[in-house]
Design a protein around this ligand. Structure first.
Ligand SMILES: [Zn+2]
Length: 94
């Protein structure tokens, strides 16, 4: 777990780029798990869903308004991914 980054409250949010094949995705990393932005419009701010929301049917998600996390569930159905930062700053899952 990342223990030395700046954390606000009980969360540890980091905006990252993740490479998968030839594509690069903008994700959020929180407490070791990655989340993708929900593209549909529902409510204020941005809703972030666990990267395994669709494939793994993981229910974990949270909402960010400004720099505040106003709601989240962390009951993941899986282990956190092993992320490694490449030299160009883009993460990859191992
Ligand atoms: Zn999950």
């Amino acid at each position: 777990m990342a223990a030395h980054s700046q954390a606000t409250g009980h969360t540890d949010i980091e905006y990252i780029s993740l490479r998968r094949g030839k594509r690069v995705f903008q994700l959020v990393k929180m407490n070791g798990y990655t989340y993708s932005k929900n593209t549909g419009k529902c409510g204020p701010g941005n809703l972030w869903l666990c990267s395994k929301y669709k494939r793994g049917k993981c229910p974990a998600k949270f909402r960010v308004i400004g720099d505040k996390v106003i709601y989240y569930t962390v009951n993941h159905t899986h282990q956190p991914p092993v992320l490694k930062k490449a030299l160009d700053g883009v993460y990859q899952i191992y």
